[in-house]
Design a protein around this ligand. Structure first.
Ligand SMILES: [Zn+2]
Length: 261
């Protein structure tokens, strides 16, 4: 079994230094590549020149968390007060997925087949357009935070795997244990390791909410992560932390974790 590649997300420098800083940090701390969530104003040319300059490649592109919603519709989605407060910022910085820089970049990098990440609810919003996307790109779908209004496959990646298999949809899965933790807290008997086992995801996001928002796993969560990796190793593990989390600490934690399995 090939060891997972470690990617850095530009969430780690979102407000300070942006995508350029993500390239610099990926090289400095020895990541294998990047997952980028492009800003509205990021261009494919900028990405190509940063790749060349830093010798780091974009492995995946995270689309904005809305297909075509306006800000008002975005704020009204089920979410925490914190997320509602930040929705205007994301909307301003990222725009919506349908006309995003992310899709333009994915087209330019098409030969290399970077993965294109969509939140599960965005695939529902994209409706008929989603199947065209799965034909054009290597789509991976990420579980969103549990709210009772959402159909279970949207927050449970094990059920998402079953659904896509049954419907013959060609896409991979991203497991975000931080998003899943709300289901664990609200629904007794929900077990992240069991769900992970059923999902067998291509990608894991490291973005935990136990100590802070988009932080590193605490010691109990690290043990769960270790148990998951012993069952199945994804192709990529992505450090998707906020700009106040130490990238060095995150990278060392992941290196240690991979060595221990
Ligand atoms: Zn995530």
């Amino acid at each position: 079994m090939q060891s997972p590649q470690l990617l850095l997300s530009n969430t780690s420098s979102f407000f300070f230094g942006g995508i350029k800083a993500a390239f610099q940090n990926a090289r400095k701390y020895g990541f294998d590549g990047l997952e980028i969530i492009p800003y509205r104003w990021t261009s494919p040319g900028e990405i190509l020149s940063l790749e060349k300059r830093y010798g780091i490649k974009v492995a995946g592109i995270h689309l904005p968390p809305w297909w075509n919603k306006n800000l008002w519709q975005a704020v009204r989605e089920p979410s925490s007060l914190f997320e509602k407060t930040l929705a205007p910022v994301w909307h301003l910085f990222l725009g919506s997925a349908r006309n995003s820089a992310g899709l333009a970049i994915a087209r330019v990098l098409a030969e290399r087949k970077p993965y294109v990440l969509m939140h599960s609810n965005v695939t529902v919003e994209a409706a008929n357009e989603f199947s065209a996307l799965t034909k054009a790109f290597d789509i991976v779908v990420e579980n969103i935070t549990y709210y009772p209004q959402y159909a279970p496959p949207l927050w449970d990646p094990g059920l998402a795997r079953q659904k896509y298999q049954a419907n013959g949809v060609r896409c991979g899965l991203v497991f975000d244990p931080g998003h899943f933790s709300r289901a664990v807290a609200k629904l007794p008997g929900t077990n992240p390791v069991e769900t992970y086992k059923q999902a067998r995801p291509e990608i894991i996001h490291i973005s935990y909410n136990s100590a802070t928002v988009h932080g590193l796993p605490n010691s109990e969560e690290q043990k769960e992560l270790q148990a998951m990796l012993k069952i199945h190793q994804p192709r990529y593990i992505v450090l998707e932390t906020n700009p106040f989390v130490s990238i060095k600490k995150g990278k060392e934690m992941l290196d240690g974790l991979l060595k221990s399995i």
